[in-house]
Design a protein around this ligand. Structure first.
Ligand SMILES: *Cc1c(COP(=O)(O)O)cnc(C)c1O
Length: 429
């Protein structure tokens, strides 16, 4: 079994914990940068290439600003995410707005920012026109495709688009493209996200072939300009130590071959390739660091930590595997089997089930791997639990607080009562 290596040592983590109480999220700037560069290198053959980071994965301005240095834009799906993008200086075609079931005001907001709006349904052409009122139609818009059926390639089925709520059918794509053309849209982008967390180098190339064929059809039958093909997210990471990681260079090369074979002969050699990766950009470079506070031995052996599903929901929600390293015991034999639990009053509040670990003691720090995407951002306040801080381990070794931990005042902020201490202060200042 390959070893998954934490990006900090026990000594480093203890030093950080002496300043910022556990649990906390820790992100690895050097890792984020090296990976972003690998993505750019993999698609350097396409002059228009751009990554639109999926904000929902890790909506932290300090982290997105790092990606901004690599030319990345952002993919937003809600008004608040649009506001976050705007707050860090994203404007116009820096922003892709890929939403679904979209409230009208959000179309208007996206359009006012000049974002590229990616429509999820044929009826949204009219919703969008209504939402923008007397504003002119944008020059460039995008449509989200759903081919139906199963999405099978490389001897496997990697998704069931037919059961996904997203996107337009092929006949709807043709009809919507013609409507957009008639409304004055000059350039169309096409988008699809057909599988999630794929651990294979074949997903993007297979998806590219599907979208390239559709792009050619739209170009020829509708006579609309094709500006970009957006391969969206879905490129996964190796959460388990026995999985092999995706090779982004091979993925980029697979897309290039499809591009040369299909788009170039069709006269569409200037189409830009866009991606909207979330997980691939951040997941391996963020960890949840939590301390063991209890051990319990009943019908199972439990390790109780100071984090819970309110900090990392994926194991509870999808039974997702997150590898755990007991810091300082990286090389110790895995002699024990534990359920690693949080303190929510929910039996499903577990960060791991039946996990082989070295003998764990109270006070140990656990490094929960691959939590850098869809981790902190999925956090919630069930049981009055508060979301943790986010910290950046900078490339120079220093540590920066990039989101403070929530306090009870944050929890009370949306209520019309005050915590008793605050009330007493107001009554007797
Ligand atoms: C969630 C999402 C992504 C990112 O997906 P990852 O699996 O994190 O890469 C990209 N685009 C859209 C529209 C999404 O909803």
């Amino acid at each position: 079994m390959a070893q998954k290596k934490p990006f900090v040592t026990k000594e480093q983590a203890e030093a950080i914990a002496s300043q910022y109480p556990t649990p906390f999220y820790l992100y690895d700037e050097a890792g984020i940068r090296a990976n972003a560069q690998r993505l750019l290198d993999a698609f350097a053959w396409n002059p228009g290439f751009r990554e639109y980071f999926a904000v929902k994965a890790t909506p932290n301005p300090a982290l997105i600003s790092i990606l901004q240095e690599y030319g990345c834009g952002v993919d937003c799906s809600s008004e608040t995410e649009l506001m976050l993008a705007e707050a860090i200086g994203m404007r116009g075609d820096d922003i892709m707005f890929s939403s679904n079931d979209t409230p009208s005001g959000e179309f208007a907001h996206a359009n006012a920012l000049g974002a590229i709006v990616n429509l999820d349904d044929i009826t949204h052409v009219d919703s969008f026109v209504q939402a923008i009122g007397d504003q002119p139609m944008p020059e460039t818009m995008s449509l989200r495709f759903n081919p139906g059926g199963d999405f099978a390639f490389a001897n496997g089925i990697f998704g069931s688009p037919e059961d996904a709520k997203f996107g337009l059918t092929e006949p709807q794509m043709i009809e919507a493209a013609a409507r957009l053309r008639d409304l004055g849209v000059r350039t169309l982008g096409i988008h699809a996200l057909l599988a999630s967390n794929t651990v294979t180098n074949d997903y993007y190339p297979a998806l590219a072939r599907t979208l390239f064929a559709l792009a050619i059809r739209l170009h020829e039958e509708v006579g609309i300009g094709i500006g970009f093909v957006n391969l969206s997210g879905g490129v996964g990471i190796a959460y388990r130590p026995d999985e092999s990681e995706n090779d982004i260079a091979a993925i980029g090369e697979g897309v290039r071959v499809a591009f040369e074979e299909m788009l170039v002969p069709a006269g569409l050699g200037d189409v830009a390739i866009y991606t909207e990766l979330g997980r691939f950009m951040m997941a391996p470079f963020g960890a949840l660091v939590t301390r063991v506070i209890h051990e319990k031995h009943t019908y199972h052996d439990y390790v109780g930590v100071d984090a819970c599903a309110a900090n990392l929901m994926r194991p509870m929600l999808y039974d997702a595997y997150h590898h755990i390293t007991v810091l300082g015991k990286e090389d110790a034999p895995l002699t024990h089997t534990y359920d690693v639990t949080g303190m929510l009053c929910e039996n499903s509040d577990r960060l791991a089930n039946g996990r082989q670990l070295p003998e764990v003691e109270i006070g140990d720090l656990l490094f929960i791997h691959d939590a850098g995407a869809h981790g902190h951002s999925m956090g919630y306040n069930y049981n009055g639990r508060l979301r943790s801080a986010e910290l950046l381990l900078c490339a120079d070794g220093s540590v920066r607080l990039i989101r403070r931990a929530e306090t009870p005042a944050d929890y009370f902020a949306t209520l019309d009562v005050l915590p008793v201490g605050e009330r007493l202060k107001q009554e007797r200042p």
